[in-house]
Ligand binder design. Structure first.
Ligand code: NAD
Length: 220
């Protein structure tokens, strides 16, 4: 499932590049275009799991990457440096559900990367598989705070930064999951509810923000 998600995201990157202006990407293969950029990638929730796998792929492709997580990123950075000794890998702690923490991530990424080409909102929690009636209130709040409020905070901060990068077409990716297509997610009512809203969010941003900035929004 994780590798399928990674493949899907990379395909989305490829198609994003296929529509990019030729003056920005001079090399012909879409995959090479994707990796020809000197600008960097920000990935939330990337101390492990899918976010770590994204970082691994981008570093392999030679892009500078900022990983961030509410958890300590130290072990992830050490492992990635072992695999990619000449790479530019930066890390900072960030709780996506805390706006000050997200703003600090944005400032850190700007400082380390200069231009940010891809911002991937990957951080997420599923809250455990059980009926909503059995889920503690704190857990309900956590799932919504991380998956929805946190994603909105990150999207807004990313938009502020990316819109101030003249001449750069950049991309914000919103990570979906079970429930995104509706149809019910037994045992994951909260999780599914947070993911179901993301295509709607992306559709809204595509319409309302496109005129304001050269940023592309994608749910993946
Ligand atoms: N694994 C799958 O099969 C799958 C399928 C579909 C979608 N997804 C989605 O992919 C994303 C990553 O999932 P995963 O399977 O790698 O999960 P994971 O639990 O392995 O990784 C999620 C990461 O997010 C971090 N995180 C949690 N709360 C955070 C917060 N407040 N601020 C910053 N980071 C926080 C965690 O510490 C963890 O490192 C999630 O959005 C998930 O919903 C996963």
């Amino acid at each position: 499932m994780r590798s399928a998600l990674l493949l899907l995201l990379l395909n989305r990157f490829t198609s994003a590049f296929q529509t990019a202006p030729k003056s920005v990407f001079r090399i012909s293969s879409p995959r090479t275009h994707m990796f020809a950029s000197t600008s960097g990638v920000v990935i939330t929730g990337s101390a492990g799991g899918v976010g770590y796998a994204y970082a691994d792929e981008f570093l392999r492709a030679g892009l500078p990457v900022v990983i961030s997580d509410v958890k300590d990123c130290g072990p992830a950075v050490a492992a990635l440096k072992m695999k990619h000794p000449n790479s530019q890998i930066y890390s900072t702690q960030c709780d996506v559900s805390n706006i000050d923490s997200v703003k600090a991530l944005g400032a850190f990424a700007q400082e380390k990367l200069g231009t940010i080409k891809y911002w991937i909102n990957n951080a997420g929690v599923n809250g455990g598989r059980r009926a909503l009636s059995e889920v503690p209130y704190e857990q309900v709040e956590l799932v919504v705070r991380v998956n929805l409020l946190g994603l909105l905070f990150c999207t807004k901060v990313a938009m502020e930064i990316l819109s101030a990068q003249p001449g750069v077409t950049s991309h914000i990716f919103e990570t979906v999951g079970s429930g995104v297509k509706g149809g019910g997610t037994p045992g994951y009512a909260c999780y599914g509810a947070t993911k179901r809203g993301l295509p709607q969010l992306v559709d809204s941003l595509k319409v309302s923000e496109r005129a304001l900035m050269k940023t592309r929004f994608t749910s993946h």
